[in-house]
Design a protein around this ligand. Structure first.
Ligand SMILES: *[C@@H]1O[C@H](CO)[C@@H](O)[C@H](O)[C@H]1NC(C)=O
Ligand SMILES: *[C@@H]1O[C@H](CO)[C@@H](O)[C@H](O)[C@H]1NC(C)=O
Ligand SMILES: *[C@@H]1O[C@H](CO)[C@@H](O)[C@H](O)[C@H]1NC(C)=O
Length: 330
């Protein structure tokens, strides 16, 4: 039924031949703008040449095969008529008549309209844009018109226009079967704008474009580089700390578990006489060993005792202490 031709025009043709008069000249540009469920029948008119006219719209569909007045579109002076009330599943023919009340002239023009084939979906309701790992993910929201019963059954694809900056200089157009798009290798501090529409191949039909939606990338995404740098710096600092802490510990362990078989000569010397003052700290490392020298005090020929330079109470390692002097002097 949908593809059935409308017969109204043919039946009227002989009659119309006499009615259409030169001079009234109703523009040929008669068309139906069908977006979603809103159908507007439009035409042009040169009011400069032909003022004082009124328009009337009639419609005819296959089952009725006769002209019926289009409600709200009788004796109007506007250049459009809202014909949304028609049956959306069949082909409808429209007739626009122009009537000049002063001259009594009347002229007609006709147009056929198939809602299912000619209706275009409105714009997508929105575009979601998110940036993740320097990739722009775009999700186009489905136009509401795709849910209309009489538009069901068509396969719609998505078309995206994307450009950098607010001026539309270089526009990239991308097609996808679904509403998802991916834009890779984004530039920093750049505004990306996009608009989208749906389209189908057979019959060739494109929906309306959405308004543009924009997103701006972060300035200088050197976060990765910075993180790597910080990790490197951290590793270097930690190595330094570990080195500084571990070396003495290592030496300490070495001394504890693997003491040198040969003691420092000074200690050895001391041991021969009296071990106590010399080995006050057996765990002292060789390098850190106090530089106290063991003074072998020999009785001077004069019998004087030569004391070590350090005369304070500190154990200097010499034999100048009171209780030791006896030994030293022995
Ligand atoms: C249009 O109608 C007005 C009155 O409604 C009249 O004055 C005018 O002359 C008419 N114009 C033409 C071109 O007929
Ligand atoms: C339109 O005009 C015609 C005469 O030109 C008249 O018979 C008819 O009633 C008018 N219709 C409306 C809705 O005004
Ligand atoms: C046309 O009429 C329908 C109701 O039949 C309405 O929903 C729609 O908004 C109207 N369109 C315009 C452009 O006035």
């Amino acid at each position: 039924m949908a593809g059935e031709p409308v017969r109204c025009t043919l039946l009227l043709l002989p009659l119309l031949a006499g009615l259409t008069m030169a001079g009234t000249g109703l523009s040929q540009h008669l068309r139906v703008e069908a977006i979603d469920a809103s159908f507007l029948l439009k035409w042009d008119w040169d009011f400069q040449r032909n003022p004082n006219v009124t328009f009337s719209v009639d419609h005819c569909f296959p089952s009725s095969k006769k002209w019926m007045k289009m409600e709200g579109c009788e004796n109007i002076t506007t250049l459009e008529c809202n014909v949304s009330g028609i049956d959306k599943y069949v082909t409808t023919e429209f007739r626009v008549s122009v009537y000049n009340s002063q001259t009594g002239e009347r002229s007609f023009n006709f147009v056929e309209f198939h809602p299912r084939k000619e209706t275009v979906p409105g714009p997508p309701t929105g575009i979601n844009m998110t940036i993740h790992n320097n990739v722009l993910y775009i999700l186009v929201e489905e136009p509401e018109g795709l849910h209309l019963d009489f538009l069901r059954g068509h396969i719609w694809k998505y078309e995206l226009e994307i450009w950098k900056g607010l001026k539309k200089t270089e526009v990239i157009t991308k097609d996808a079967d679904g509403p998802h798009f991916r834009i890779e290798a984004l530039e920093t501090s750049t505004t990306y704008c996009a608009r989208a529409r749906v389209k189908r191949a057979d019959p060739d039909q494109t929906g309306l474009y959405s308004k543009p939606f924009c997103i701006t990338t972060a300035p200088g995404s050197y976060a990765t580089e910075l993180a790597i740098g910080l990790v490197f710096a951290g590793v270097i600092v930690m190595s330094g700390i570990v080195y500084v802490c571990l070396c003495p510990l290592k030496r300490y362990m070495k001394h504890v578990f693997f003491p040198k078989t040969k003691l420092p000569s000074s200690i050895e010397q001391c041991l021969q006489d009296s071990p106590r003052p010399c080995i006050k700290n057996p765990f002292l490392f060789h390098e850190e060993e106090t530089t106290d020298k063991c003074y072998i005090i020999e009785s001077s020929p004069a019998g004087n005792v030569t004391n070590a330079p350090e005369a304070d109470g500190r154990d200097s390692g010499n034999y100048s202490n009171e209780d030791e002097t006896g030994v030293a002097r022995a």
